[in-house]
Design a protein around this ligand. Structure first.
Ligand SMILES: Nc1ncnc2c1ncn2[C@@H]1O[C@H](COP(=O)(O)OP(=O)(O)OP(=O)(O)O)[C@@H](O)[C@H]1O
Length: 254
């Protein structure tokens, strides 16, 4: 479904990403992890088409994304960043409805089907009671939930999440990731997400890709990646690894 083949990005003679290759299969949830400045967001921007590659290619469904129109991309790929939605004076309902726009023709009004889809997603994300509230009056956690609802009504095949939980408390962090997980299990959505929290990455991702200095250090299961030896080589600290008592996955203690 997504394939990066020898992708590099150079800006003003500085190499941000160098010879990165990986595949994400349909229905997988893959985590991109790595220290600050490793090149994770740059990779997300190369995949979403916000940046052009300097070398190599990004294939989505076997096609080069560079040749896709903005609308075609929006029908198949949703992107959610750590900033989420700007706090505009716009209702939750109207904001979520904007997620249907890539599926409408120019000047076409929303159909009963579009309204039903928005109502359904508002219910799934627990936003029905907030639907008439203005975005600029919501908390950061509520606004991030609206961003997910907007992405959900877009009905993409691929969801790109760049640090979706970075400004959220632990309750909202798990809430947001649980909503994404349930969505993935319901629809077979493919997810690629950047996460700084390695414990959450181990809990929510099927596979992890560790990036450092613009290159892939290692990819594999959380058991392959979350080892003291691997992490200390890139994070300049020596974490202790313990087993999660219920989920039987590695978790780190600093
Ligand atoms: N448009 C740009 N022009 C020049 N340098 C850039 C540009 N975008 C990113 N960089 C640099 O590329 C490097 C990688 O940045 P990137 O944002 O991809 O890292 P990251 O892994 O997402 O970091 P963080 O975890 O801190 O968000 C950084 O050194 C950054 O300063």
């Amino acid at each position: 479904m997504l394939s990066l083949q020898h992708v590099s990005k150079t800006v003003d003679e500085q190499t941000l990403v160098s010879d990165v290759s990986f595949d994400v299969e349909a229905g997988q949830c893959v985590g991109l992890i790595g220290p600050n400045g490793a090149g994770k967001s740059t990779l997300m921007k190369l995949i979403s088409g916000m940046y052009d590659v300097s070398d190599g290619q990004v294939l989505l469904f076997g096609q080069n994304v560079k040749r896709w129109s903005h609308k075609k991309k929006a029908q198949r790929v949703s992107v959610l960043t750590q900033d989420g939605l700007a706090p505009y004076p716009m209702t939750v309902y109207d904001t979520v409805m904007m997620g249907r726009y890539p599926h409408l023709k120019f000047f076409q009004r929303e159909s009963a089907d579009d309204l039903n889809r928005v109502d359904h997603v508002l219910a799934l994300t627990g936003l029905t009671d907030l639907k008439d509230q203005m975005l600029d009056t919501l908390s950061g956690g509520e606004r991030q939930r609206v961003a997910i609802a907007k992405a959900m009504v877009q009905e993409p095949d691929l969801l790109l999440l760049d640090e979706p939980t970075s400004f959220l408390d632990i309750g909202y962090q798990t809430e947001v990731l649980n909503i994404v997980k349930a969505w993935q299990q319901r629809t077979g959505l493919t997810v690629l997400m950047v996460l700084h929290d390695l414990n959450l990455a181990a809990q929510y991702c099927d596979r992890l890709i560790l990036i450092n200095q613009g290159e892939i250090v290692k990819q594999g299961s959380s058991d392959d990646i979350l080892t003291t030896e691997t992490l200390e080589a890139v994070y300049r600290t020596t974490p202790q690894i313990v087993r999660h008592p219920i989920k039987d996955i590695p978790q780190i203690l600093l």
